[in-house]
Write a protein that binds this ligand. Structure first.
Ligand code: F6P
Length: 416
């Protein structure tokens, strides 16, 4: 049977556990052996190398599992093993030193409703090095893994594609160093890989929605609702900074959902030195028609056309000084990222997890690695590298446009 491992990488997002659940359950139904890799790519690099690791497994059931003594439907008991094991970065009580762990149906029971990622995530620096990837390949081959499902943002998915394209070279290196047998070399000639996009930022091209973005948006809306009532009571202004890295989706959608008075996003940089008047005029006009509260949303990546970051504290000063508004700043921070997934962040990963396993099962050495997306309400398979490259070029196009605008503002002679 195909031995399939799933990992989560980069910043966590709600719905990552639902991905793991859907992938594990679908793969079991399709006759695969299923594994999770703890702590993202870092877990692949660390592998199962602690000499005493098997003895650390605790109960006889865990021991039997480590020895391959369980049939397809492994039963560790309600995911208890993984929950214990991911309690800390040392591997908790039962999983110390083991990062590639065989899992069964019951391990992922109920995971659709859990926030964050129970198998852990990391921003691995070692996996970014060729040596790190060689060790990762070795660890995978030792465990017999031949298919990998990665859930993460564009950096994590780029890592997946690099890993796959290098794979034949890595296998050859391991063979030449005598680290793997001829049999293993032949069996692991190719790596099957698939990506799912887990990110609260909704910043990936070729998919309409990333896993975790709807929940983060929902969290922001709840926070703004809370702020609204206290803002109304005191007739105050609030400047809210929201996450999203270089993408303004969360800020823009939250503004629409909560009736914000003014929104700053990186995709639409206002003219330096002019936006203050524009914002104040707009807000004053809202006040003039009787609005008691003011909400301004600033995306964390927002900047003006001359590329100066727009800071919430500065916006607050403008509102207080020019309009005399009693203004507070609230940075929502990681409350946006954590917590239980909303319904969409259970449905989307479930449908995409099924598609991911199906894509892995039909993958050939010639086919590209796929990213599972959603487009016009249909689950899609798109070439992973195309999506990553398009994401990069959109980001570059935006910054180039800003750059040219900024330059022509500074220097009227500047031409493209
Ligand atoms: O990409 C997800 C995200 O939450 C961004 O919105 C934010 O810029 C960043 O990660 C914060 O990262 P960290 O996990 O380092 O706090």
């Amino acid at each position: 049977p195909m031995k399939l491992a799933v990992l989560t990488s980069g910043g966590d997002s709600a719905g990552m556990n639902a991905v793991v659940r859907a992938v594990v359950k679908t793969a079991i139904l399709k006759g695969c052996e299923t594994y999770v890799v703890r702590e993202g790519y870092e877990g692949l690099v660390r592998g199962n190398n602690t000499p005493s690791s098997d003895k650390n497994l605790g109960s006889p059931r865990h021991q039997a599992a480590a020895e391959g003594g369980f049939a397809q439907n492994l039963r560790f008991g309600d995911g208890e093993l993984l929950k214990d094991g991911t309690g800390d970065h040392q591997g908790g009580r039962t999983l110390k030193g083991r990062y590639i762990v065989r899992v069964g149906w019951d391990d992922v029971r109920g995971w659709f409703a859990e926030g964050g990622t129970l198998i852990g995530t990391a921003r691995s620096t070692t996996f970014r090095t060729p040596e790190g990837r060689l060790t990762a390949a070795h660890n995978m081959i030792k465990e017999g893994i031949d298919a990998l499902c990665v859930c993460g943002g564009d950096g994590s998915l780029t890592g997946a594609d690099v890993f796959r394209s290098e794979w034949p070279k890595l296998v050859e290196q391991l063979r030449a160093q005598g680290k793997i047998t001829e049999e293993q070399t032949a069996k692991h000639a190719h790596l099957r890989i698939v990506g799912l996009v887990g990110s609260i930022d909704n910043d990936m091209s070729m998919t309409d929605l990333t896993i975790g973005a709807p929940t983060a948006l929902h969290r922001i809306c709840e926070s703004i609702d809370n702020i609204n009532s206290t803002a109304f009571s005191h007739s105050r202004a609030f400047v809210l900074e929201v996450m999203g890295r270089h993408c303004g989706w969360l800020a823009l959608m939250a503004g629409v959902a909560c009736g914000a008075d003014f929104i700053f996003i990186p995709e639409n940089p206002p003219e330096a030195g002019k936006w203050e008047d524009e914002m104040c005029n707009m807000i004053q006009s809202h006040r003039d028609v009787g609005k008691r509260k003011t909400i301004v949303i600033v995306a964390e990546g927002a900047h003006d056309a001359s590329l100066q970051p727009i800071r919430a504290e500065y916006v607050k000063d403008v509102l207080s000084e020019r309009l005399g508004l009693d203004t507070r700043v609230t940075t929502l921070g990681h409350t946006q990222r954590g917590g239980r997934p909303c319904a969409i962040d259970r449905i989307l990963p479930t449908l995409q997890g099924i598609e991911a396993v199906e894509a892995l099962l039909v993958a050939t050495p010639e086919s590209p690695s796929y990213m599972i997306g959603i487009s016009e309400n249909k689950i899609t398979r798109v070439p992973l590298m195309e999506a990553v490259e398009m994401t990069r070029s959109v980001a570059t196009a935006i910054s180039e446009k800003d750059f040219k605008r900024a330059m022509s503002l500074r220097d009227p002679e500047f031409s493209e």
